[in-house]
Design a protein around this ligand. Structure first.
Ligand code: SF4
Ligand code: SF4
Length: 403
């Protein structure tokens, strides 16, 4: 007979999640937040990488990957997210004192609501830290220079979160949450559920412990209910009762209906699993092949092709260079025509991490005004030092006007 309790494991998972969500804003990589969307520059700081606004297709692919992953996990493990990881469930569990205070003295109830307000304020500021680094936010708070936008957002968020956790609680899961509705549609007859073992119906003492403990007030003995959040509280409640009869819980996790057999690997799981892997592979490819140097070359409009006193043809360009990486770069500028190197000025361009700069560049080609042929050349920007960054752009070489 096993009488393992689920609740300690859920509490452990909830604690890990809380530490992670509260801790991530304080983690810095290369002097920047590990995960933060910077609103003024519209850049996403993502574990050492900076994604600029026009690179958000990587985020889009990440969203597709996470969506398929969620569908895949739901097909296999049902509402495991709701019961174990959803912040709504986690914080409701952490503010369980509010449920226990109901029916008690006014002072106890007031204290419980006050504590819930404190939790809401902390949750709200943690959310804001994913937009404003706590290393900027906290000093500004201490100095009284937080500003009305940040302070106001914090106040409004705290109020909304407090109303949710103080009054809505599991009603949100049972009635509003769109994810809960979606999950119901993704279930099949082999998805993991929490269910009552109908084969052992005769052993039920009808003590209703499983019903009393249920946060959404359902009787799992009547079968799967869309409102069930898979919190497993009914499993523990029945385990406790059945222990007295030296038997196992009548409620448990089952793949499909209790007693059903068959492979967990099925067509829908294979299809969604393959799409998830494909999304992950594409995401990895995009992330690893991402070039932190963005270069746009425009012809120098105010500087027409001309001859130098040394008898060279000179063409001018404007280089718009963005360093989207985390390190300052020293770049060498080169120009090639038909494999032969041309003189390019400036030879070196320095650009700091996260900076954008415009540089006027000149390419000198041998030739005379009468014999010079227009054509294409390659402008090459190569990083010096440990970074292996190379960007090539095709440019047109213009013919100088004959005097
Ligand atoms: S039926 Fe059981 S698992 Fe579902 S919500 Fe109620 S207590 Fe939680
Ligand atoms: S806790 Fe177990 S024994 Fe009691 S009513 Fe629920 S299923 Fe039956």
């Amino acid at each position: 007979m096993t009488n393992r309790r689920i609740r300690p494991w859920r509490r452990f998972a909830e604690a890990v999640q809380a530490v992670l969500l509260l801790g991530i804003p304080f983690v810095r990589i290369g002097g920047e937040s590990a995960l933060r969307f910077d609103i003024p520059t519209l850049r996403l700081h993502l574990f050492g990488t900076i994604l600029w606004m026009d690179e958000f297709f990587i985020v889009l692919i990440a969203v597709f990957f996470v969506t398929f992953l969620v569908i895949f996990i739901t097909q296999l493990f049902g509402r495991i997210w709701c019961g174990w990881l959803c912040p709504q469930t986690v914080i409701i569990d952490m503010t369980g004192f509010l449920d226990r205070a109901q029916g008690k003295s006014l002072a106890q109830k007031t204290a419980a609501y006050f504590l819930t307000l404190l939790v809401s304020i902390i949750v709200a500021v943690d959310l804001i830290w994913y937009f404003i680094s706590p290393y900027d936010f906290l000093p500004a708070l201490m100095n009284g220079t937080l500003g009305t936008v940040s302070g106001g957002s914090w106040a409004v968020l705290s109020a909304v979160i407090f109303l949710n956790y103080a009054f809505l609680r599991h009603t949100w899961c049972a009635t509003v949450c769109p994810y809960a509705k979606l999950q119901g549609a993704l279930f099949d007859d082999r998805t993991m559920i929490i269910g009552f073992d109908i084969r052992r119906k005769g052993e039920c003492m009808d003590c209703r412990a499983c019903v009393r403990v249920c946060p959404v007030n359902i009787d799992i003995r009547n079968g799967l209910n869309a409102a069930c959040i898979s919190c497993a509280e009914c499993i523990d409640a029945c385990t406790e009762r059945m222990e007295r009869k030296k038997s196992e819980s009548l409620i448990s996790y089952f793949f499909g209906t209790p007693g059903s057999s068959g492979s967990l690997i099925r067509t829908n799981v294979i299809i969604i699993g393959s799409l998830t892997l494909l999304g992950l592979a594409f995401l990895l490819f995009l992330s690893l092949s991402r070039n932190p140097l963005d270069v746009t070359v425009l012809p120098g409009r105010e500087f027409r092709a001309r001859m130098t006193a040394q008898g060279e043809v000179i063409n001018a360009y404007t280089l718009a260079v963005e360093n989207r990486g985390q390190s300052d770069l020293s770049l060498s500028l080169k120009a090639l025509r038909d494999g032969a190197q041309l003189k390019a000025v400036p030879e070196k361009i320095m650009i700091r991490a996260g900076e954008y700069t415009r540089v006027s560049a000149y390419v000198f080609s041998p030739g005379s005004a009468g014999s010079f042929q227009s054509g294409q050349a390659e402008l090459i920007l190569e990083s010096d030092g440990p970074y292996n960054i190379r960007v090539t752009r095709q440019v047109s070489l213009g013919v100088p006007e004959t005097p």
